[in-house]
Structure formats: structure tokens, C-alpha cells
Design a protein. Structure first.
Length: 251
């Protein structure tokens, strides 16, 4: 696609937002967006953790005490309000649903009492905010690059570490960008007789806290945001801004 105009795509990794969290990172993100004016913004999934609907904790009454879906939605809307002002150059906003947001769909499959009354799309006002919504396990293509929460293997399961971006390249015939694993990882591969180089990028996470299950364990989490410059179909350069640098420069 010779002569294609460059596109700048801001990718926001898993935020794992909960009602008790400080939202300063979203205030800094809003200021960053206004200064950079990306063409496209992609929220890559697991924006909300939805601990109130956790299947892992549903029988742990003490742990579930005080968790409310409504509180999580209030926090989500407050965070989105910080980045609501659409810069003049931003033409698209894309919301990819992750496995944590899929907790609501699984809950409604089990108990359809509130089916049609609650949804991530409606409760976060995604249509009014200008977001295109991509379902969990699906992907959306932008300039030949697939954006998804996490690539899914032939068994219907999410891929994971180690070598997660190498595994992603084995599942796609084009470049792919995803989240889920909270690591910053990039792999590029030119297959024999293929017309172009394919890239796979895992964009890390956009959260400051450490989940209870990860306390005391070794993690390779990277926290921040990634700005892609798509300069040709299926090809991009990438620039990272760490969480600490984002807070330092844009709060």
C-alpha cells in the first residue's frame, strides 16, 4: 500500500480498574492524549476487573463482601470521563472486551435475570462516547494489523508466557497487537516466501496495584502505554511511555 498516510495508534493495556483505586493515571492519560492527538485509540480489554462477578471468589463470602457491580461501573465512567475529550485528530475509538469483562456475559448465561438490562456497552456509555466494541476472543483489523485482547489457540484457550509474542505469530498471518499478559514483548518474523514482515506486540498493563494472587511472586509486568506509528499496511514502529514517566510529565 504505497503512499499510505501514517496513522498513530495509542494502545491502552489492561487497566484492571476497581472502585477503590486512585484514578490519577487516567487524568495523566487524558492530558497525554490531548498533547499527542493520536489518530486512533485502542483500549485492549480488561478495563474493568469486575471482581464482583469473579467466578474464583463466588463461594468466598468474606472476600465478596462489599463488592458491587454498580461501584465498578461508577469507577469505570469516572475514568473514561478523564479521557472523554476527543482531540481533533482522533478519528476512531476502539474498545476490545477482555476476559474480565466477559465475566458479566458468563454471569448472565448462568442467571439471565438481568439480561438486556445490564451490559458493559450500555453501562459505560460506550456508544455515546464514540467507541466501536470488539467482543472477547474476536479481533479488529486496522491497516492490516489485528488488535485483540489475547490470541486464542486451537483449543479455544488464551495463549500465555513464555514466548507469548512468538506464539501469537504462529496463530496469525499478519501483525497482531494484544494485552492480557501484562508484559511488554515484541517479536518480528519474516516467513519464507511471505510478502512482508509480521510483528506481534504485547503492550503490558495500565495499572499501578498488585493483585492479591500476585503478592510475593515474581512478575515481569510492564506498566505504561504504547503509541504505534503505522507507516505501511501490516507494519508499525512503537514508542513506549512508562507509567512513572506518564505521571511525572502529564499530571
Amino acid at each position: 500500500m504505497a503512499g499510505q498516510a501514517e496513522k498513530r495508534v495509542l494502545v491502552l493495556g489492561d487497566s484492571h480498574l476497581g472502585p477503590e483505586q486512585d484514578l490519577r493515571r487516567f487524568k495523566a492519560l487524558g492530558n497525554y492524549i490531548k498533547s499527542v492527538e493520536p489518530d486512533i485509540i485502542v483500549e485492549i480489554g480488561d478495563f474493568l476487573t469486575l471482581d464482583s462477578l469473579s467466578g474464583w471468589d463466588k463461594d468466598k463470602r468474606k472476600k465478596m463482601e462489599g463488592r458491587r457491580y454498580e461501584k465498578e461501573i461508577v469507577a469505570g465512567n469516572r475514568a473514561l470521563d478523564f479521557i472523554q475529550g476527543v482531540p481533533k485528530n482522533t478519528k476512531r475509538r476502539i474498545k476490545v472486551k477482555g476476559n474480565h469483562e466477559n465475566r458479566l456475559d458468563r454471569y448472565l448465561d448462568h442467571d439471565p435475570t438481568f439480561a438486556g438490562q445490564v451490559s458493559i456497552e450500555k453501562d459505560l456509555k460506550l456508544k455515546e462516547r464514540g467507541f466501536e466494541v470488539v467482543e472477547y476472543k474476536d479481533h479488529i483489523d486496522v491497516s492490516g494489523i489485528s488488535f485483540t485482547h489475547v490470541p486464542i489457540n486451537g483449543l479455544g484457550r488464551a495463549i500465555g508466557e513464555p514466548n507469548v509474542t512468538k506464539k501469537a505469530l504462529a496463530l496469525y498471518n499478519n501483525s497482531v497487537v494484544f494485552g492480557h499478559c501484562h508484559v511488554l514483548s515484541h517479536t518480528a518474523e519474516h516467513r519464507t516466501n511471505a510478502p512482508h514482515l509480521n510483528q506481534a506486540l504485547c503492550v503490558g498493563g495500565f495499572f499501578e496495584h498488585v493483585d492479591e494472587y500476585a503478592v510475593g511472586s515474581k512478575t515481569d509486568y510492564w506498566r505504561g502505554i504504547v503509541l504505534l506509528t503505522v507507516y505501511h499496511a501490516n507494519r508499525f514502529d512503537l514508542a513506549t511511555t512508562s507509567m512513572s514517566n506518564l505521571l511525572k510529565k502529564h499530571l
